[in-house]
Design a protein around this ligand. Structure first.
Ligand SMILES: [Zn+2]
Length: 117
């Protein structure tokens, strides 16, 4: 049994790589080469806020950690800036959502937990 990522060999009976948790395969394909990140990744919303200051803090935390993120609704909020009422949420666009790739989700939540309360 082989790990497709580490390319290590394991004895029969082991089904998961102890290092990277990847499911083991019977044979490594020669042409496989290094595993590249898929271009289209599943995005998960890690936070949602109508407070631009909080969004800015979240983004700099993610940037410093090298996590790629996608902020949804941000452009619209700039366009419609000043149209906010009471709650601070823009009634037209709603709060900004910060999304990260599923693979970065845990790390992102850990970074953002202090401001997510
Ligand atoms: Zn592995």
């Amino acid at each position: 049994m082989f790990c497709p990522k580490c390319r290590d060999e394991f004895i029969k009976g082991i089904t998961e790589c102890p290092d990277c948790k990847a499911p083991l395969v019977n044979e490594l394909s020669v042409e496989e080469g290094p595993t590249y990140e898929p271009i289209y990744v599943d995005l998960v919303t890690v936070m949602e806020s109508g407070d631009p200051g909080l969004i800015m803090v979240a983004k700099s935390l993610l940037e410093n950690a090298g996590i790629r993120y996608y902020a949804k609704g941000e452009t619209a909020q700039h366009l419609f800036g000043g149209g906010t009422i009471g709650t601070g949420f823009n009634p037209l666009t709603g709060p900004t959502q910060i999304k990260v790739s599923k693979v970065d989700l845990e790390e992102a939540l850990e970074l953002l937990k202090d401001i997510l309360e």
